[in-house]
Design a protein around this ligand. Structure first.
Ligand SMILES: CC(C)(COP(=O)(O)OP(=O)(O)OC[C@H]1O[C@@H](n2cnc3c(N)ncnc32)[C@H](O)[C@@H]1OP(=O)(O)O)[C@@H](O)C(=O)NCCC(=O)NCCS
Length: 189
């Protein structure tokens, strides 16, 4: 018998927040397969910059791969478990940010992100993480949100810290890499 997955986030909520306005120049938008060539171009232009930290980069070798990534994200979104947004800065797609449930029981989410090197250092990711965090607590009823940042990834650790996350004592090792776990909790806001 096929077990139907129960969405954690109602379709109403998912459809309501298709765009999250961060500020005048910055918004988070749901991508469609039409954005595949832009996502692939960003991946190509930033292959070394992103590939250093993100394992998926080496296997994204065609527009088709980017298209499959977007389609997969849309399917995940329908199931209410993971939802991703393109980062639009001054109407240009510059990066991506996503949220996924790591514990449904504890309402704990994980945020992951990347931005084109051309737009790094402008404070964009700190603003996006701050907005998405607010959205998760206030609209999705999240209790805790985590960010895993490799210990040597200064930029990513700094983003988490600047967005108000606190570093947990424990670290995680994945594929021989060591990650800091940053966390923000609804109770401590
Ligand atoms: C890490 C990353 C998301 C930062 O995005 P960003 O938009 O440049 O971040 P912000 O501009 O909001 O910067 C926040 C702070 O981090 C600092 N910072 C950003 N990148 C940095 C880097 N490579 N080295 C050191 N500090 C860095 C900024 O100077 C800023 O600090 P300040 O306000 O004190 O000056 C971006 O560099 C990136 O996409 N990197 C590659 C992919 C990646 O690492 N993703 C995260 C995986 S966990």
């Amino acid at each position: 018998m096929k077990i139907k997955s129960i969405p954690i986030i109602s379709n109403y909520m998912l459809n309501k927040f298709r765009t999250i306005k961060v500020d005048q120049d910055l918004k988070l938008v749901i991508l469609s397969p039409k954005n595949a060539s832009e996502i692939f171009a960003l991946t190509e232009e930033n292959r070394d910059y992103l590939g250093k930290w993100l394992p998926w980069v080496s296997s994204a070798t065609s527009i088709n791969d980017s298209s499959n990534f977007i389609i997969d994200s849309l399917n995940q979104r329908k199931m209410g478990k993971t939802f991703g947004y393109g980062i639009m800065y001054k109407r240009k797609l510059v990066g991506h940010i996503s949220v996924m449930y790591v514990s449904e029981k504890d309402k704990t989410l994980d945020i992951g992100y990347w931005i084109s090197s051309q737009f790094a250092g402008l404070g964009i990711m700190t603003k996006c993480v701050t907005s998405l965090t607010y959205y998760c607590f206030n609209k999705l009823d999240a209790q805790k949100i985590n960010i895993s940042a490799e210990i040597t990834n200064f930029g990513s650790n700094k983003v988490a810290q600047k967005a108000g996350y606190k570093r947990l004592e424990k670290q995680e090792i994945k594929d021989g890499r060591t990650f800091n776990i940053w966390q923000i909790s609804r109770d401590t806001l």
